[in-house]
Design a protein around this ligand. Structure first.
Ligand SMILES: *Cc1c(COP(=O)(O)O)cnc(C)c1O
Length: 371
């Protein structure tokens, strides 16, 4: 099978898998138990937390392990908003966030009386100036993604952090598509919350973390003292340790991976020139995602035919129970009526892809398009 859907999930690296198996087999104690099996598990947990904290330049006690990116986003946004609503009930986000941010915002608006400003892209961009103009005295939280999962767009997180420096609102960043791909050092980036998910950087599914500089937020899961009482439940130790391994490896290889993927993306662009196509390409973007439109096609049909040919990619939009919905991201960028919504495909690359695989993709596309 040829896999071009790395923005949806990545295969686990062999190093991460090795850690996973070794911990699952040999470190079976509960990190909260006081016997030696428990203490051994606790030591592994502490090491993984330290590895991850060091990797992004924060303190170990600021890392809260979660079941993934969606939970980390929910915890930061719901947890902070509900605990701080006496200070104000205005929230700011963008129209191009992941559903785990958008639907959490919608929940706070409809169920808890918050007011949410959804920044719309202007000329294909979200700017720090837009955030500045949307800020109010009662704004308590701004949540903006680092890299968009459907287009690869890099958002101006540093500039937004600067804008927020003289406002009491907290800043949450969904960094799920950025971590391991962009250098992120929170020692020199004023972010209060940051979400990550292991399976987007060659770690296991079902595990992630939230960095929290401000501990004044509510837990979503109650019942135990784990994670500084911010997230009850026995820890997914094998998953957490494997996430630490995956992150370490990804950061070590970040520069060479980016070069490999940039090279693949350039090759893909070159080969695409033999087909009728257009790009949904933001000005500032990472090379890992290429969103491409094929004029006068239906992406559902193209995806199905590619799948039959053994090539996996997606339309970039959320896929619920096998039904492709139109992309809210392309909608925000190009308008509800744009032909791009039905014609666009997301090709998401990893360093493990090859030029031969790209040749295969182009070949299959030319068969489908009859050119
Ligand atoms: C995948 C993704 C998430 C959700 O992460 P899960 O671990 O799958 O819950 C959140 N935000 C972005 C930008 C993503 O790409």
């Amino acid at each position: 099978m040829i896999y071009f859907d790395h923005a949806a999930t990545t295969p686990m690296s062999s190093a991460a898998l090795k850690t996973y198996l070794s911990i699952a087999q040999t470190v079976y104690g509960n990190p909260s138990s006081i016997h030696s099996a428990g203490r051994l598990a606790h030591k592994e947990l502490r090491q993984a937390r330290q590895t991850i904290a060091t990797a992004i330049g924060v303190h170990a006690d600021q890392i809260i392990f979660t079941s993934g990116g969606s939970e980390a986003n929910n915890l930061a946004i719901k947890g902070y908003a509900l605990a701080n609503q006496s200070k104000g009930k205005h929230l700011i986000t963008t129209a191009i966030e992941h559903h785990s941010v958008l639907e959490t915002m919608d929940y706070l608006a409809t169920q808890h009386g918050f007011e949410v400003t959804y920044l719309q892209p202007v000329d294909g961009n979200i700017s720090a100036q837009q955030v500045k103009e949307a800020l109010r005295a009662d704004t308590i939280l701004v949540s903006i993604m680092y890299v968009n999962n459907e287009t690869g767009m890099i958002l101006p997180i540093e500039e937004i952090a600067t804008v927020l420096a003289d406002h009491p609102a907290r800043f949450h960043v969904d960094a799920v598509q950025a971590i391991g791909k962009l250098p992120i050092q929170l020692t020199n980036l004023a972010v209060d919350f940051l979400s990550a998910s292991a399976h987007k950087f060659h770690g296991p599914r079902g595990v992630g973390f939230l960095f929290a500089a401000d501990m004044h937020f509510h837990a979503l899961i109650h019942g135990g003292k784990q994670e500084g009482q911010r997230r009850a439940g026995t820890e997914n130790l094998a998953g957490i340790a494997a996430m630490a391994t995956a992150l370490t490896q990804q950061l070590e290889n970040m520069e060479s991976n980016t070069k490999l993927v940039q090279d693949l993306k350039d090759y893909l662009l070159e080969q695409l020139s033999s087909l009728p196509h257009y790009l949904n390409l933001p000005k500032n973007h990472l090379p890992y995602v290429l969103n491409v439109g094929l004029p006068d096609t239906l992406n559902e049909q193209v995806l199905m035919r590619l799948d039959l040919a053994g090539i996996a990619l997606s339309s970039g939009s959320a896929c619920t129970s096998g039904v492709i919905q139109t992309s809210h991201v392309l909608e925000a960028l190009y308008g509800k009526k744009s032909h791009r919504l039905k014609e666009s495909l997301r090709i998401s690359l990893a360093e493990s892809n090859t030029k031969e695989e790209i040749d295969q993709l182009i070949h299959q596309l030319s068969l489908i398009l009859g050119v």
